[in-house]
Design a protein around this ligand. Structure first.
Ligand SMILES: Nc1ncnc2c1ncn2[C@@H]1O[C@H](COP(=O)(O)OP(=O)(O)OP(=O)(O)O)[C@@H](O)[C@H]1O
Length: 251
C-alpha cells in the first residue's frame, strides 16, 4: 500500500543528442504541496509536459491514483483528475471572468449529465452557480462580470487557477504561477496556493525560491535531467549536491 497520488518510475526522454530526463523516479504524496525546482535547462518543463500528456516518454511509467496514465491523452488525464494551470495564459480575454470558469465547468464530463435536455435554464443556473463558487475560492467573486482582458496579470493567473479547479482535480500542476507577477501579486498568489492546498494535492514548478520554500512540504531537485534530491525544505537547503547545482544562484 502506498499513499502516493502520483508515481513516476524510470521516466526517460531524449531530444536528439540531449538526454532531457534520465530515468527519473519521483512521487507526490496525497495531500502534500510538492515543489519541483532545478537550474535552467534541468528538465522541469520537459518533465511537466510528460505529466500533462503533451509529450510521451521514451521509457518509464507514470501512475496516477493507482492507474497507469503514461499513454493517456491530455484530455483523458484531466478527466482522470490531473489539472494543469498553464504558464502561458489560456484565458479567453474577450469573455467575462465568470464565463471563462463556466466554460471550464461545462467541459467536465459529469457537467450536465444528470440534467434532462428540456431543462436548459436550470442547467445553466447550476453551471454559473458552480463557476461563481470557484471564482470565490480564488478571491475573484467581485470580478465575475469583468472581461478577463481587463483583469490585472495577477487576477488572470488567479482566474486560470479557478478554471483548473473547475475540472475538480485531485492533483493540480502549477507551472510557474509567480512568473511575471510583481511582489504584491506574488504574495497574494502564495496565500491563494496556501488556501488551495487545504483541498487539493499540488505539484508546483517555480523559480521563485521564497515562494517554493514557504509553500512546499517537500521539494525535489532536477539537475541535468537527473533527480538529485527529494526532501523537506530544510533537507534540500542543506544538501551538498543541491548547493553545488545552484552554485552561483542563490537558494
Ligand atoms: N523540443 C526540444 N527539442 C530539443 N531539445 C529540447 C526540447 N525541449 C527541451 N530540450 C532540451 O532539454 C533540456 C531540458 O529543457 P527544459 O526546458 O525541460 O528545462 P527547464 O528545467 O524547464 O529549464 P528552464 O528553467 O530554463 O525553463 C535542455 O537541454 C533543453 O535544451
Amino acid at each position: 500500500m502506498t499513499d502516493n497520488l502520483l508515481e513516476v518510475a524510470g521516466l526517460t526522454r531524449r531530444f536528439a543528442a540531449v538526454e532531457a530526463l534520465k530515468a527519473v523516479d519521483f512521487a507526490v504524496a496525497a495531500g502534500e504541496v510538492h515543489a519541483l525546482i532545478g537550474p535552467n535547462g534541468a528538465g522541469k518543463t520537459t518533465f511537466i509536459h510528460h505529466l500533462s500528456g503533451a509529450l510521451l516518454p521514451d521509457a518509464g511509467q507514470i501512475r496516477f491514483a493507482g492507474r497507469d496514465v503514461t499513454r493517456l491523452s491530455m484530455h483523458e488525464r484531466v478527466r482522470a483528475g490531473m489539472a494543469r494551470s498553464y504558464q502561458i495564459t489560456n484565458v479567453f480575454l474577450g469573455l467575462a471572468a465568470l464565463d471563462n470558469v463556466a466554460l471550464a465547468v461545462q467541459g467536465r464530463p459529469d457537467a450536465g449529465s444528470s440534467f434532462r435536455f428540456w431543462r436548459p435554464v436550470r442547467r445553466e443556473a447550476r453551471l454559473f452557480d458552480e463557476a461563481r463558487e470557484f471564482l470565490a475560492q480564488v478571491g475573484l467573486a467581485a470580478k465575475a462580470a469583468t472581461l478577463a482582458g481587463n483583469l490585472s496579470h495577477g487576477e488572470q493567473r488567479a482566474l486560470e487557477l479557478a478554471m483548473a479547479l473547475a475540472t475538480q482535480p485531485q492533483l493540480l500542476l502549477l507551472d510557474e504561477p509567480m512568473a511575471g507577477t510583481g511582489p504584491e501579486e506574488s504574495a497574494r498568489m502564495v496565500e491563494l496556493i496556501e488556501h488551495l492546498a487545504r483541498h487539493v494535492t499540488i505539484l508546483l514548478v517555480e523559480h521563485d525560491m521564497d515562494a517554493v520554500f514557504r509553500l512546499a512540504d517537500r521539494i525535489s531537485v532536477l539537475e541535468g535531467g537527473e533527480l538529485i534530491c527529494t526532501g523537506t525544505p530544510d533537507e534540500v537547503r542543506n544538501d551538498a549536491g543541491v548547493r553545488r547545482a545552484y552554485l552561483g544562484d542563490h537558494l
